[in-house]
Design a protein. Structure first.
Ligand SMILES: [Zn+2]
Ligand SMILES: [Zn+2]
Length: 108
């Protein structure tokens, strides 16, 4: 286990769980309905959120810890959990309070 990787020191929120969001979700350039929530069952890690294409790329690379770093998958942005959720909300991606799953809100 690499416990130090599980948290990030955010300038706004302080020490928080570390998570990843792909830039396609942040910049709203993902196909509708293709948001993917990447979970880490049993690893105690917070969830990540990517579009389907990025999820495929992460899986092809063998997992998210393998794809971070210079010269690797540059479409993933690390951040603290509250910041990531804020970015998602700004892109119209919200958590269903009943099911706990994430969905996009269509505005057209
Ligand atoms: Zn993406
Ligand atoms: Zn933050």
């Amino acid at each position: 286990m690499m416990a130090d990787d599980d948290t990030i020191n955010c300038g706004t929120h302080g020490k928080q769980p570390f998570c990843l969001v792909c830039i396609h979700l942040i910049e709203r350039i993902f196909p509708a309905g293709e948001i993917v929530q990447v979970t880490h069952p049993g690893e105690g890690l917070p969830d990540d959120w990517t579009c389907q294409a990025c999820a495929d790329a992460v899986e092809a690379a063998g997992g998210d810890e393998e794809v971070l770093g210079p010269g690797r998958l540059d479409t993933l942005r690390p951040g603290c959990l509250p910041c990531c959720e804020k970015l998602l909300a700004r892109s119209g991606i919200r958590k269903d309070p009943l099911t706990g799953s994430w969905f996009t809100t269509e505005t057209h």
